[in-house]
Design a protein around this ligand. Structure first.
Ligand code: ADP
Ligand code: ADP
Length: 236
């Protein structure tokens, strides 16, 4: 099942046909299946962030279409887009983006609180995620007392709390040492294997990309090449 489909994405910053304009993405097309684990790599300036922003609806493409779970995300705006993003997408960032005034547990359930979920639902979800990611012992600690790896596991739990169909991660190991990077990449692998959640990450880190089933290389705003590990994808 195709969960994300992008066709002929062009993104031009600045005035069209003006000499100061930049073509950040040039006719990029890709299809991502449910349960795939994909890394996007490429040199600085190759269009990785722009692609992630267009795929997640933060940025509109100049032309081309993006569909996620059958919804044309490149064409919806405002509250409809915000609601769609909240329900279908989870985000993980390089610098964790946790709220320092909230405990780990409060950070994780915040999206559920905003959705007015019941206490029972929240407890069940916390129990499930904290055991999946081995963070039961830090639920009542504050982010500033945690290691980078613990903070990132908290951020991954928060990103999953509304059961998104796709998890998007921007340089998730960028602030982690190699041991914590290994833990986080194994968390993503668990998410893919056990929850059939699709994971798409942008990374400079070859070690992180090596966990993925497929690596797409961008160069000058186009897909330059891609590598797929044999027999790596299950059909969902
Ligand atoms: P990467 O994430 O691979 O480093 P980006 O997507 O950030 O690449 O950038 C792709 C190209 O688009 C670069 O030439 C960059 O300078 C340009 N660019 C990115 N964002 C903007 C913007 N908001 N305004 C103008 N140009 C931009
Ligand atoms: P339920 O229908 O009660 O959600 P499931 O069998 O789907 O039961 O899930 C079992 C547990 O796993 C539940 O606590 C649920 O919250 C959690 N869970 C399932 N899928 C996801 C997901 N994609 N992201 C986060 N938590 C999940």
């Amino acid at each position: 099942m195709v969960i994300l489909d992008a066709s002929n994405i062009v993104k031009i910053y600045g005035e069209l046909d003006h000499e100061s304009s930049t073509t950040a993405l040039n006719e990029v097309s890709l299809s991502i299946h449910k349960g795939e684990f994909i890394a996007i790599m490429g040199p600085s300036g190759s269009g990785k962030s722009t692609l992630l922003n267009v795929l997640s609806g933060i940025d509109k493409p100049t032309s081309g279409e993006v569909s996620i779970a059958g919804e044309k995300i490149s064409e919806i705006t405002g509250d409809t887009l915000a609601l769609f993003r909240r329900k279908q997408l989870g985000f993980v960032f390089q610098d964790f983006n946790l709220l320092d005034s909230l405990t780990v547990k409060e950070n994780i359930i915040l999206p559920m609180v905003l959705e007015r979920k019941t206490a029972n639902e929240m407890d069940a979800r916390i129990e499930f995620l904290s055991s999946l990611f081995g963070i039961e012992s830090i639920l009542y600690k504050y982010p500033y007392n945690l290691s980078g790896g613990q903070q990132q596991r908290t951020a991954v739990s928060r990103a999953l709390v509304n059961k998104p169909s796709i998890l998007l991660a921007d340089e998730p190991t960028g602030n982690l040492d190699s041991k914590s990077s290994d833990v986080i990449m194994n968390c993503f692998k668990n998410i893919v294997d056990e929850l059939a959640t699709t994971v798409l990450l942008v990374t400079h880190d070859v070690f992180a990309a090596s966990y993925c089933q497929k690596v797409i290389f961008l160069k000058d705003g186009s897909i330059h090449s891609s590598i797929t590990k044999k027999g790596s994808r299950k059909e969902f």
